[in-house]
Design a protein around this ligand. Structure first.
Ligand code: SF4
Length: 75
């Protein structure tokens, strides 16, 4: 499970936006890459209302960091 989950508040969209802005350019995945990744998550049987059951992370949060990978190798 990723270490960020424990500190995530209820409003995940606002939190994700804030986190994205705090990341350096080098850390951030581009918007197109995030959308591509999320399209895999949206159709994935491990996605439970935005949480990845394979790793425990929020799919959106996981997708935002360029170097992150899907724990099942889908992206
Ligand atoms: S990160 Fe991978 S395993 Fe998890 S929900 Fe997305 S596509 Fe599925």
């Amino acid at each position: 499970m990723c270490d960020i989950v424990a500190s995530i508040p209820q409003d995940i969209g606002a939190y994700a936006d804030k986190l994205y802005r705090l990341m350096s350019e080098g850390e951030r995945a581009g918007e197109g890459l995030i959308k591509d990744r999320m399209s895999f998550c949206e159709g994935c049987d491990r996605n439970s209302t935005g949480t990845c059951l394979a790793c425990g992370c929020y799919c959106l949060i996981r997708s935002m960091k360029k170097d992150n990978k899907c724990p099942k190798g889908k992206w």
